[in-house]
Write a protein that binds this ligand. Structure first.
Ligand SMILES: Cc1ncc(COP(=O)(O)O)c(C=O)c1O
Length: 368
């Protein structure tokens, strides 16, 4: 039985464990959402997010809900019924972008890849050139398969074709290189519960000036109250006077500010390196026990490693025992990979050798 929630080591696809300073931030006394003290913290979050996204975009802020809300916020504002979107689909999260786009009445062109492989850049760029879509979407870190998508050159092709480049950075942000401006990405979202090291509950987004110009040409107002960009900007960006749109989730904004402060203090490059080293150590240690990486080298997502299990192991039983007897969570495979792989997350403060050692010695103990 689980005796204490505090003891669970979260090595699944997210959330991961949070630091004491993020926990302290969550416990801070509340402020009102229009209190100048709170607005100062919101401004700090916005400017720290710009540094973590590596962007100059003025419109950079946390949407008040989980990562999926970041996706929905961007699609409802920047895609209209009848528009075309090209989507790279090589796992659950690319599939989700395609599915929501369909619900919004867009024409969806899928560029698919096998689960566990990156989207072929040439095939994707070819589809963008051919379709001249309003939006072209890629998942930077596909958490269902553990693939990190190469982005070089894609932004240029999108620009030449008049497409906005949409990127899901939920699992890559702060764990692997993310360079919004040099990628030429226009509409981007993330989530707080992965390498940012905060609880689930906010979806950082960033929007380029080019995307804002496209937004101004919408044929109809955004068909949403909660996600209406202009209405939200009147609160998060309101120069000289902010108007109420919804009540900001105060404690989560405190927590995100603390988490971003820790990231910037560590330094992004150092943090990416720490995630890379922890992932390499995990692959090597579990490799010695017969686990094999699903994803070829060069396409691997360091914050989330996917591994096929050695022959004859009942993956669900061992995963269950890890959680209930040893308070260690690892993730199961999804879709066609269900029952075939584990998804092991080494994110934020969990991206270190100690987490791997605890997992590996416990698995060894269970298997012996
Ligand atoms: C790549 C990716 N995109 C989107 C999401 C959706 O985020 P959330 O579950 O916070 O709504 C996730 C969540 O795991 C994810 O890993």
């Amino acid at each position: 039985m689980i005796t204490s929630i505090d003891e669970t080591l979260l090595l699944g696809p997210g959330p991961c464990n949070i630091s004491n300073s993020v926990r302290d931030a969550l416990a801070r006394p509340l402020l009102g959402h229009l209190d100048p003290g709170f607005l100062e913290i919101m401004e700090s979050v916005k400017s720290r997010l710009r540094r973590v996204f590596d962007t100059q975009n003025a419109v950079t802020f946390p949407v008040s809900a989980t990562g999926s809300a970041g996706m929905e916020f961007l699609l409802v504002n920047f895609l209209e019924a009848g528009d075309t979107i090209v989507v790279g689909v090589n796992g659950v999260f690319g599939g989700r972008i395609a599915a929501l786009s369909e619900k919004l009445g867009a024409k969806v062109v899928r560029v698919e890849a096998e689960w566990g492989r990156a989207i072929d850049r040439e095939a994707f760029c070819e589809a963008v050139r051919r379709e001249s879509p309003k939006v072209a979407a890629l998942v930077s870190g596909e958490t269902s398969t553990g693939v990190y998508q190469p982005m070089d050159g894609v932004g240029d092709v999108c620009r030449e074709s008049g497409a906005l480049l949409f990127v899901d950075c939920v699992t890559s942000l702060a764990g692997m290189p993310v360079h919004i401006d040099s990628w030429g990405a226009d509409i981007v979202f993330s989530g707080t519960q992965k390498c940012l090291g905060a609880p689930p509950g906010l979806a950082p987004v960033t929007v380029s000036n080019r995307a804002l110009e496209v937004y101004r040409t919408r044929s109809r107002p955004t068909p949403s109250f909660y996600f209406d960009l202009d209405a939200i900007l009147a609160y998060v960006d309101g120069e000289g006077g902010r108007s109420y749109h919804h009540t900001a989730p105060i404690s989560m904004v405190f927590a995100l500010d603390a988490a971003l402060g820790e990231i910037l203090e560590e330094g992004l490059e150092a943090r990416w390196k720490r995630h890379a080293e922890a992932a390499a150590y995990l692959r090597s240690e579990l490799g010695e026990m017969g686990f094999t990486p699903l994803v070829p080298e060069g396409e691997r997502l360091n914050p989330l490693t996917t591994l096929r299990l050695p022959e004859g192991i009942d993956e669900a039983a061992i995963r269950g025992r890890l959680l209930t007897e040893h308070q260690i969570e690892v993730g199961a495979g999804l879709g066609p990979l269900a029952g075939k792989i584990w998804r092991v997350g080494l994110m934020a403060s969990n991206a270190r050798e100690e987490s791997v050692d605890r997992l590996v010695s416990t698995v060894k103990g269970i298997l012996s």
